[in-house]
Write a protein that binds this ligand. Structure first.
Ligand code: SF4
Length: 290
């Protein structure tokens, strides 16, 4: 039987003295009747795609249909070439990689939806940047992504991961939480620390609306990816210091589901409110449709 709550996941890890990725890997093999090798090869393929997307994205400045987006990653690269970064290499790379990936999404390039296309930059941004800076082996990167996947899968048991259903908290918010948990585990955090990182990331994004300008996955989606990648890192830093989420992670997800249900449909991907109906957004829409 599959593990559907974080509490069950924690109990399973504690009972077996195993990590989240080990428990998840076993579960995958059992449910899908595949070998450990199959699972890990499949995950490695996704990681390779993420890396290719980052490379392609960093080389392009092709704009989108709206003409608004597509060249921001180049601006960031230029800034960092002149050593203007506030926080050093890892921080720079996370922002660049997350932005490169989400800009590739707007160009209809190949991305790994993790968990969705709109939020596709957050996990690759952190995973690939961290792997490069700290020389993670392929195995460690696979463990990262398996952990992230399990976190997303548990959340999706309670909340459909779509802006149209629960707002952007269910897309970029969940990506950030998945990423926080996976990085905490990579840093050696035990299951409690990992779940605290997930809870801290998630609960600070509750209520995040989905109000894409002109109905395109561009504004605010693209820049939300690098910014929420850094949000994930902040949650990890707190959790690794032993700071706990006073609300357990399963309850945070319940609150997220309820928040999504209470959120006006006008703020759930319909582009009928929020940023999508600002004066500038309406002007852009008129120009586009002329
Ligand atoms: S704002 Fe909406 S469309 Fe954009 S990434 Fe978030 S959920 Fe997806």
């Amino acid at each position: 039987m599959s593990i559907t709550t974080f509490e069950e996941l924690k109990q399973e890890c504690l009972a077996k003295n195993k990590t989240i990725w080990e428990v998840t890997q076993e579960e995958e093999c059992l449910i899908n009747d595949v070998t450990v090798e199959n699972v890990r090869n499949e995950v490695l393929k996704h990681i390779s795609t993420m890396k290719e997307t980052i490379k392609t994205g960093m080389l392009s400045s092709e704009k989108s249909v709206s003409g608004w987006c597509g060249d921001d990653c180049q601006k960031l690269i230029t800034r960092y070439k002149s050593n203007k970064s506030l926080f050093g290499n890892l921080y720079e790379k996370i922002l660049i990689y997350a932005l490169a990936t989400s800009e590739e999404n707007l160009r209809m390039g190949r991305i790994v939806a993790c968990p969705t296309a709109g939020s596709c930059g957050i996990i690759p941004g952190v995973l690939v940047a961290y792997a490069e800076e700290y020389n993670l082996s392929d195995d460690e990167q696979i463990n990262f992504l398996i952990t992230a996947g399990k976190i997303g899968s548990i959340i999706s048991n309670k909340v459909q991961l779509a802006g149209a259903v629960a707002g952007c908290q269910a897309e970029c918010g969940v990506a950030s939480a998945m990423c926080a948990g996976a990085l905490a585990q990579t840093l050696g955090g035990n299951v409690e620390i990992v779940l605290n990182a997930v809870a801290l990331a998630m609960k600070n994004l509750l209520g995040l609306t989905c109000d894409p300008v002109c109905g395109l996955v561009e504004v605010p989606c693209i820049k939300r990816n690098p910014i929420l990648s850094i949000h994930a890192i902040s949650a990890v830093e707190l959790a690794m210091a032993g700071i706990e989420s006073k609300i357990p992670v399963d309850e945070v997800i319940d609150a997220m589901r309820q928040t999504g249900q209470l959120m006006s449909p006008m703020l759930k991907e319909s582009s009928l409110a929020g940023l999508a109906t600002t004066k500038t957004a309406i002007n852009l829409k008129e120009k586009m449709f002329k």
